[in-house]
Design a protein around this ligand. Structure first.
Ligand SMILES: [Zn+2]
Length: 186
């Protein structure tokens, strides 16, 4: 499949976008989890899994970029296997699917929209948690709702992912050679 595109002049890169939103949960015992960081004492989000809105948006950005559908198709919320699941493990699984499809992540960028907690003190931890799973640099930015009606009832996240065909990461412009090396590696 990959060798078919080796002679193409098209750059072997893809971009994907992901969005997710979860409302706050009424259960005061439910923890807030963002990019694998648990915030005790902050209102948690309602959802089938741990409702990690950043992880979910990143999954959709990766799957969208690779043309592999979306999080609901890969991890249906009707499937009890994913009930209460650690969403970072879903992101790891999505990243593996993207790699199997022949793509490497170049970078990802996320914006999470919420009023509290402040993201900046946790930005590096969150970005590091995500970067390990997708094997690429990730940035996480926090944005306050600024009092806009409807935005304060939950947490939203937007994410974008850039993918590059595996084997071409350091071989720009020499795609057939990169493809041959990739074939050997596999
Ligand atoms: Zn979600």
């Amino acid at each position: 499949m990959l060798s078919e595109t080796s002679g193409s002049a098209k750059p072997q890169i893809r971009i994907g976008q992901g969005f997710d939103v979860h409302p706050y949960d009424d259960d005061p015992a439910r923890p807030l989890v963002l990019a694998g960081v648990r915030f005790d004492g902050e209102p948690g989000l309602r959802g089938h899994s741990d409702a990690d809105v950043i992880a979910h948006a990143c999954v959709d950005a990766l799957l969208g970029a690779a043309g592999l559908g979306d999080i609901g198709g890969l991890f249906p919320d009707t499937d009890e296997r994913w009930a209460g699941s650690d969403s970072m493990s879903l992101l790891a699984a999505a990243a593996a699917r993207v790699a199997e499809a022949g793509w490497a992540v170049v970078n990802m960028d996320c914006t999470v929209i919420l009023d509290r907690p402040k993201i900046a003190p946790h930005r590096d931890t969150m970005a590091g948690n995500l970067a390990v799973l997708v094997d690429a640099p990730v940035s996480v930015k926090g944005k306050r709702t600024e009092g806009v009606a409807g935005l304060a009832g939950g947490v939203q996240c937007h994410a974008v992912a850039l993918l590059q065909q595996r084997g071409t990461e350091r071989q720009r412009g020499t795609q057939s050679r990169a493809g041959a090396e990739m074939e050997r590696d596999r």
